[in-house]
Structures are given as C-alpha cells and as structure tokens.
Design a protein around this ligand. Structure first.
Ligand SMILES: Cc1ncc(COP(=O)(O)O)c(C=O)c1O
Length: 462
C-alpha cells in the first residue's frame, strides 16, 4: 500500500526526543514525493512520506523541524545508532586517501574486516565472503551449500527452507521464500528447493518440547512422503526469526532440525541479515536455539551504515569455489569495509549485545503490559532483545487486522514515533541498540497512546 499525500493537522509534540510542528505529511515536501513517484519505480514507495534529512543516535529528523524516535534503525541497519561518530571518522579517514575503489584487489580495511568477523564470531566461522546486499549473501550461501553437496554427489543440490520466510528479492532468495506471489514471475519452480511450514504457535495447541521435536520429524516425513530424497539434500536455510512477525522458532524444533542436519551431513545456514550483530540480545540470533550453525548470512547491522553483507562459514565450505568463480564488483570496497570495521568495534566497545538483551527486557515487559490492556486486539507479540513485533487482530477474533495496524502506525508517526510498517497485521519495533532507556520507554508510551486512540476510533474503547 502507499500512504496518501494529503497533509493533515496533527497535535504539536515537543519532548527531548520528539518534535512535531507541521502538518503531516509536510505540505512543502509533497513536490519531492511527486517527483519520486514520477522518476522511480513505485516498488520502493510504501513508506510513510517523511523526507529523512538527518539522523543521530535514535532520532530521525526531516528538513522542517520534525523529529521522530526511531524504532526502525532504517530497517534494522543502524544497530550502533545513526551517524555514530566513530563510523563517520572511519569513513572520513578512508575518504582522505582520497576516494578509492579496489574491486577484488587487496585493501587493508577489507582484510581487517574479514579478520575481525572471524575473530569475534563462533569458532566454526573460519572464513568470510564479503558482498554488498543481503540478497547476494543468501544467493552465495545457496551456491555454497550446493557446491558442498555436489562434492559428494552431483545430484545432491536439494535445499530445505520455510514457506514465507524472507531471504531477499533475487531469484534464489525468492525460490527459498516459496510463496507463489513472490516467485511466479520466474516462470518455473526450482525442483530442488523444498519447503516446510513455519511452526507458528497458532498452528498447534499446548505443545511441549517433545511435541516440537516430534513436529519436526512429522514435517520431514511429509517431505519424504512427497518423494523428497534426503540423500539429495545439501542444506537448510533458516531465517533465524521470521521477519514480518519477529517470531522465533520453538527451540526444540530447531534443535531437532540441527540434529537431523548433522546426522545427514546437511549444512545448516541461518539467515542473520536482519537478526545479526546484537539485534536479539545475542551476537547472532541462532545462538538462542543452543545449536551450531555451519554458515550465517549477514548484512544490515554489519555496518550500521554503508552497503555491506556477507557469509561466514568453515574453510571446508568457503574455499570450495575456485579462484574467481565467486565475485562481486563492489564487494568489501574500502569505504564500506572501514565503516563495517568501526561498527564491529563499537558493538564490542559499547557492549551493545548485552545492552540489547538488557533493554530487550524493558521492551518486552512493557509490551506485556500493553498487551494486557488491549488483549482483544493485540493477541501476540514476539521477539527477543531489541526486536519485537505486535500482531493485531479484529477484536476477540483470529482475523488479522492490517487496517488497524496501519491506523496505529500512522497515529504513532503523527506523534513522533517511527516503527516498521509491514503492510499486514504486524508492526515491528527495532530501535538502535544504543537507544537510551528513557527514549525507549517514551516511544513505548507513544505506541500505547496510538493503540488507545485507534481502538477508540474503531469504537471499541477499553
Ligand atoms: C532476513 C533477511 N534476509 C535477506 C534480506 C535481503 O537483504 P537486502 O535487502 O540487503 O538484499 C532481508 C532484507 O530485509 C532480510 O530481512
């Protein structure tokens, strides 16, 4: 959906972290949105019409004096906070060389970044492959898993993923997602990508750990029943939490999956593009499951700024492709690498992983309070650390209410709080990991106000 470009009167707001002083959208901003609509593909145009002019820490500002508390981190990128001075310094130092682009030639920041990634992550990650976009990282992991399988058997190229998970927008990533509306443009299926259903809590009743283990076995057996040959499977691709809902798989389910993968020499890759680098209160979200990953895909919060993504894995996999058979023109360019390296140092020096876990408790406790008040609407909230999603339904029913979620989102935006609008029944929350506690709490108060007002407008005041 697209938001309307009709400015409306909204209540002025003035706090330490928020300022709203104009109509929204800002009338003077409309011509720029009209030009954007005229000259750019509409596919990117679903966001609320705000011109992002500057951002610092957890606050985003437009050119008209309005400021928002940012619960988006620009779609989970700015983990270290917007415009972190150390990242700016690293980029400026690199620019003073002056601007340098190196393709696959060696540059110092690139080597230091790869080394830092290997040193700061679990020991099975021995080598990195660096690219620019998350979707390149998932394509790379798909290729590596298949190259690994083909070493044993040329037909061992089967990959198992979950229907409805997000892995990017390129062809392999869309195949992995397994949703016809996303991949029918390709014109054919990939017969070697198989899908399991995400075990959402509403699909089962009163499950215990042992039930989840059994559920995984049933799911695998259902693939076998469809003539999927497990001996031809080389990899699992798992989104560590499900993007639109911040839903984590049941731990016992992933443990059963990891055990099965190990027993059958199947590589287990977690897509950590959104969930990595402290977002969930662990360096990588897969660590919540108490399993070992063979590979991770990374992006977004890897640099908190410039385009940077990659894959980490063991030597035995990362070195399968021959020299020159995997490359990317802008891969680990010196500027992005310098930004990434500075970002990783900040994550360590500012203890952002532990901070995400600590602030995550504040976030989830407060969401629990809000849910108690609005439980006929807000049936679920999921997440860990500084990621959460609230799921909104028609009162007292199981019917998702995307329109209500949009109303809540829009009201919160008018009050100076930015969240992630998913276009469906969920609203996502992912502030920079450096957000001050008081700003986090202020933003959550705004969210509650927005829900209360939307509820009242819908004629169901609590
Ligand atoms: C889990 C996950 N994987 C992959 C991607 C694709 O990343 P990019 O947009 O950088 O290609 C995203 C982006 O939202 C994501 O959330």
């Amino acid at each position: 959906m697209s938001f309307k470009l009709n400015p409306i009167e909204v209540k002025p707001v003035s706090t330490k972290y928020r300022t709203i002083k104009t109509k929204l959208p800002v009338p003077e901003s409309i011509p720029l949105f009209e030009e954007m609509g005229k000259y750019e593909s509409r596919s990117m145009h679903g966001q609320y019409p705000i011109i992002w002019d500057s951002a610092s820490g957890c606050v985003v500002a437009d050119p008209y004096g309005n400021r928002w508390i940012d619960f988006t981190s620009t779609i989970f990128v700015a983990n270290a906070g917007h415009g972190h001075p150390e990242i700016i310094k690293a980029i400026k130092e690199q620019l003073e060389k002056p601007l340098l682009h190196t393709y696959a030639f060696c540059n110092r920041p690139r080597v230091e970044l790869a080394k830092k990634l290997v040193k700061m992550t679990p020991k099975q990650f021995e080598k990195a492959y660096l690219v620019s976009a998350g979707t390149e990282a998932t394509e790379t992991a798909l290729k590596l898993m298949r190259l690994y399988g083909r070493q044993k058997d040329p037909k061992r190229v089967g990959v198992i993923s979950f229907t409805g998970s997000m892995h990017g927008r390129t062809m392999g990533a869309e195949f992995l997602k397994g949703v016809p509306s996303s991949s029918e443009w390709i014109g054919h299926d990939d017969p070697n990508i198989h899908h399991l259903q995400i075990p959402y809590p509403w699909t089962v009743k009163n499950f215990k750990d042992a039930d989840w283990e059994r559920k995984f076995e049933e799911d695998i057996n259902s693939l076998i029943a469809k003539k999927v040959d497990i001996k031809k499977i080389c990899g699992f691709m798992v989104e560590s939490y499900i993007g639109w809902s911040a839903y984590f798989f049941p731990k016992a389910y992933i443990q059963a999956l990891a055990k099965f993968a190990k027993m059958n020499d199947i590589l287990l890759t977690f897509d950590e593009i959104q969930s990595g680098f402290g977002r969930t209160g662990k360096l990588f979200a897969f660590e919540h499951y108490g399993v070992d990953a063979d590979m991770v895909c990374m992006g977004k919060g890897m640099s908190s700024s410039l385009p940077l993504a990659g894959v980490l894995g063991p030597k035995k996999v990362m070195d399968i492709p021959g020299v020159g058979s995997m490359s990317s023109t802008h891969s680990s360019n010196p500027l992005s690498s310098a930004a990434g390296l500075a970002n990783l140092n900040i994550i360590e020096n500012e203890n952002l992983v532990a901070e995400s876990a600590r602030k995550g408790k504040i976030l989830h406790d407060r969401l629990g309070e809000i849910q108690k008040k609005y439980n006929s609407r807000l049936k679920y909230f999921f997440g860990n650390g500084l990621v959460a999603a609230i799921l909104l339904f028609k009162p007292g029913t199981d019917e998702p209410d995307g329109a209500f979620a949009t109303d809540v989102f829009e009201r919160a935006t008018h009050k100076g709080l930015l969240m992630v609008h998913t276009g469906r029944e969920s609203i996502k929350i992912g502030p920079p990991l450096s957000i001050p506690d008081e700003a986090l709490l202020e933003g959550l108060d705004v969210l509650e106000e927005a829900i209360a007002e939307a509820e009242k407008a819908a004629g169901n005041s609590n």
